[in-house]
Design a protein around this ligand. Sequence first.
Ligand SMILES: [Zn+2]
Length: 315
Amino acid sequence: MPQIETVAGPIDDAQLGLTLAHEHLVTSSESVRAQFPHLYDPADEERRALEQVRNAMEKGVKTIVDPACMDIGRDVGLAQRVVEQTGIQLVMCTGIYGARYTFVPWYFQNREVDAMVAAFRHDLEEGIQGTDVKAAFVKCAVDEPGVTEDVEKVLRAAAQTSLATGAPIMAHSHPATRRGLEIMDVFDDEGVDPRKVQIAHTGDTDDLDYIEELLARGPWIGMDRYGLDIILPTEQRNATVIELCRRGYADRMTLSQDACAFIDWFPQEMIAQMVPNWHFTFLWEGVLPALREGGVTDAQIDTMMESNSRGWLTA
Ligand SMILES: [Zn+2]
């Protein structure tokens, strides 16, 4: 039986259950946090994380995939405390986000790709941040700035790590600039099996031509930013998922919210005002009922919220 690494240890893939494919306990600016810790309230962050996780578990969620990696505040200690108090199956990753999707720090800039691969393999094979909690996949990110020199290094390191270990990859993308296709160009060049790749944030567009072009390259796609209406309103996200289900792609999509129980990128009151629906259970309010009304079956919803995460994590 294929195994999936979680914070509490490996589980059989059959135990995955209802899964949120992309949510964050905490997203924070690592350099600010390290230098000005007085700006942060870890107890409040933990309280928020516990609240969001418990809300999701009340909806039947058994597993949450948290793609926090370097640059956005991955914190295995917080993850362990949340898992201990809730029993959630939390899946963590290794990888590099890139500062403003553009640069990596000097350490990696002045070393070869191998140095990144070694760092990623450490997290996958030995454990994250001094613990024995193993990463289950590799994260990388390409946004509007495109495949810069540093970003390409991260993509190639993710690819080479996947080839060496079998780990799947999640790539943050920016569909408005069709970045998913450029990401697949690099992975194809490295010889990665596209079934190991999930192109996150594909649901940020309703450009079906782009999405079908991307699907033809073989990856899973994340329709994973429900609640971020400022990028694309829920109605358009729903219409896109409904149409893709109608075209036979339910077995290629994951549904999630990319919500952060705590994020420091904006003042807290601004977040509440900008994206009121952005939390761990918006799917049950603004999405699943509308999808069902649009003809999406319960079996297709199960596929998008369980089987596809299992398929990607065990590919
Ligand atoms: Zn995310």
